[in-house]
Design a protein around this ligand. Structure first.
Ligand code: NAP
Ligand code: MG
Length: 482
């Protein structure tokens, strides 16, 4: 098999890592290695941050107008769509996603650049009435150099989610993709340059989190950090940022609930609930991983869910089934560990999917499962599994449902399934989450929709115009004209 070596993309060019180290990358569907990436160190991150600094302070990028940036982002969106088949194939091979899911991810990636391309020249300042003889403007400015650390679950989409708003505002960027899924980011850096982004505007440095990622978050030349990944690493990032007085957005996952009341349209709810946990094999920060069900309909709901979930099939990208493999052997073992512990503790199983015939024996596959009724204090009811594992918990009444919805440390997304309008509003006001869906669910949906968490799910907002605010800061200009 041909093993390609991918260099870092710094200052508009491909370059080798300073000390020459490499890391193999694997295909989750087979477990086979298919490439090498740079094992970048602090010296490589330094080169990238300095390139971004020059681009922002003195280079062509720092002189672009908002209109020019909008056009560049839009041109990049078009180029992504022209190269969609190639990008989607890279993404499917690198992450194991079913081919149609990878296709949808590339369409979403293009949409990020299209949306923020259109928004670039629509971020305006304000005039504030002040004392007699004064004029006050509040203008929005980029931070300068922004650092971005990506997870492996939606690498191409995340490239767009974090870079597009930052570039629209005018920041120069340095991105460290996850070592377990970085192929699309490297190819996209090259495509961005083809679209016309000047040197230093987008730099991509591959490597491990604890070396390259930590070097980026602690670099004194970085003015703002955007991180998506685990709560544990999120805390490390926030502390590294605090050491040099910068802020960050943290998107750290969740244990997002569906609240299903007795009056809900169950035929509409069940397929959506199945998709919300099987999409991307449950490796979605906003996966709907807990179903809270009014006790009076528990049996009826469980029967409908069991029938639908039993049809879930797992296989390789080209089989294009409901789920692909888990990203790595290590994550597969982590997810399987949660399942095995729940079984050992005697938690009942409502339904299981199947690994399809023809899925390679060496692939990182997990059999999807629904547990229920799950005891409220069991780990599987409280911790993020990040796999195709759904938990069902009964509740007694509206107050109990609310208590249960807010009973984890997370607060990212929630859904309420009821026809009662008063209940929809009462709960919407009191559930802890950054997004709330009523009689629908949209894991990762909607580039236009502000997204982010509370508590262990993190802080800051991505997507929509909210991201433009996080990636910029205000400056207040006070003129005394007499
Ligand atoms: P992770 O360790 O938090 O990795 C996320 C990113 O942070 C990767 O680019 C990683 O680099 C980097 N990183 C790791 N340690 C770092 C450090 N000390 N300093 C700076 N950067 C660092 O997540 P994971 O181990 O891949 O997954 C573990 C769990 O995290 C999952 O089971 C899931 O619960 C959660 N997770 C959540 C999301 C989400 O969307 N919110 C995404 C992925 C994972 P390398 O991987 O290259 O070392
Ligand atoms: Mg990979």
């Amino acid at each position: 098999m041909k093993i390609d070596f991918h260099q870092n993309f710094i200052d508009g060019a491909w370059i080798d890592p300073v000390d020459g180290g490499t890391i193999p990358i694997y295909e989750p569907a087979t477990g086979e290695p298919f490439g090498l990436i740079a094992a970048s160190g602090a010296a490589d991150v330094d080169l990238a941050v300095n390139a971004a600094r020059r681009a922002f302070d003195d280079g062509a990028w720092g002189r672009t107008t908002a209109t020019e940036r909008g056009r560049l982002l839009t041109r990049f969106a078009d180029l992504i769509l022209q190269n969609a088949a190639e990008l989607s194939a890279i993404e499917a091979k690198d992450t194991g996603k079913p081919q149609s899911v990878a296709d949808a991810d590339i369409a979403a990636l293009a949409r990020y650049f299209e949306f923020y391309g259109g928004a670039a020249d629509k971020l305006h300042g304000e005039v504030i009435p002040y004392l007699s003889g004064y004029h006050v403007n509040v203008v929005r400015e980029p931070h300068g150099v922004t650092g971005h650390i990506l997870p492996w679950n939606y690498p191409a989409q995340m490239f767009g989610r974090t870079l597009a708003p930052s570039l629209a505002v005018g920041n120069a960027t340095v991105l460290k993709p996850a070592e377990d899924a970085c192929a699309s980011s490297l190819r996209l850096a090259e495509l961005a340059s083809e679209a016309g982004f000047p040197e230093g505007a987008i730099n991509v440095v591959a490597g491990t989190g604890h070396v390259a990622g930590a070097a980026l978050a602690s670099h004194r030349g970085v003015d703002f950090m955007s991180f998506t990944g685990s709560p544990e690493v999120g805390q490390i990032i926030q502390k590294l940022c605090a050491d040099h007085y910068i802020t960050c957005t943290l998107e750290l996952g969740g244990k997002s609930p569906h609240l299903v009341f007795a009056d809900a349209d169950l035929d509409a709810a069940v397929p959506v609930i199945v998709k919300a946990i099987t999409q991307n094999s449950g490796q979605t920060c906003s996966a709907g991983s807990r179903v809270l069900v009014e006790r009076t309909i528990l049996d009826k709901f469980a029967a409908l869910l069991a029938a639908a979930f039993a049809k879930v099939r797992v296989g390789a990208p080209e089989m294009d089934l409901d789920c692909g493999p888990i990203i790595t052997r290590k994550q597969q073992q982590r997810v399987q560990g949660f399942i095995d512990r729940a079984r050992e503790d005697g938690v009942a199983v409502i339904s299981e999917g199947e690994i399809a015939e023809g899925a390679a024996a060496g692939g990182f596959y997990v059999k999807p499962v629904v547990f229920g009724p799950v005891p409220r204090s069991h780990a599987i009811a409280l911790d993020e599994v990040f796999g195709p594992v759904l938990t069902v918990l009964p509740f007694e009444d509206e107050a109990d449902a609310l208590r249960l919805a807010n009973a984890t440390e997370y607060g990212l997304v929630a859904a309420i399934w009821t026809r009662d309008g008063g209940r929809q509003l009462r709960l919407a006001k009191r559930i802890r989450s950054g997004q709330l869906f009523i009689n629908c669910y949209g894991a990762g949906a909607g580039i236009e929709l502000p997204f982010g968490g509370a508590g262990k799910s993190g802080h800051g907002r991505e997507k929509g115009f909210a991201a433009l605010h996080d990636f910029s800061k205000t400056k207040t200009l006070v003129f005394h004209h007499g």
